[in-house]
Design a protein. Structure first.
Length: 161
């Protein structure tokens, strides 16, 4: 499978194409857009990318979009993989990852395979713990985005953090 972009900005998939190929191509396009932007000025861009990256998974995954102090994108890292209805998050490993990449800020994200992106009580609790742990090493948590197949919910926009 290949992805070709013409001069008008239209994309065409070549060869035998599966649903996974289409989703991977869409994630690649959104990631390239984020990289071209260089920094995040619009929370919608991060939500779109994370929704594409995590929304179709059949198990939970916890990812972090690492940023520098000027909100320039350093990396998007998958830290934990879970099951159908949960993933164990280890504060020590999150802090280690932040220090390794030398991040100044972070956008947390995970998916709900159920298709309902409503943040749970457990989501709110781990977000508070992560904010406190990362604050100790000078990393600001800007948002925690919970995604499902077609939607993303920003906990910051909802006033949950």
């Amino acid at each position: 499978m290949g992805l070709i972009r013409d001069r008008q900005g239209n994309y065409k998939l070549t060869g035998s194409t599966t649903e996974s190929d289409v989703l991977a191509a869409a994630e690649g396009i959104l990631q390239a857009k984020l990289e071209r932007l260089g920094s995040l000025g619009n929370p919608r861009d991060a939500t779109d990318f994370l929704r594409m990256r995590l929304g179709a998974l059949l198990h939970e995954e916890f990812h972090i979009l690492w940023l520098d102090n000027r909100h320039r994108i350093l990396a998007c890292q998958k830290l934990f993989t879970g099951t159908l209805d949960g993933a164990s998050i280890h504060l020590r490993e999150v802090v280690r990852a932040a220090l390794t990449i030398n991040a100044g800020a972070a956008i947390l994200s995970h998916n709900h395979p159920s298709g309902v992106p409503e943040p749970s009580a457990a989501d709110r609790a781990i977000t508070k713990e992560l904010i406190e742990a990362l604050k100790l090493v000078g990393v600001r948590v800007l948002d925690h985005i919970v995604v499902a197949a077609g939607e993303g919910v920003s906990m910051a926009a909802r006033g949950l953090m």
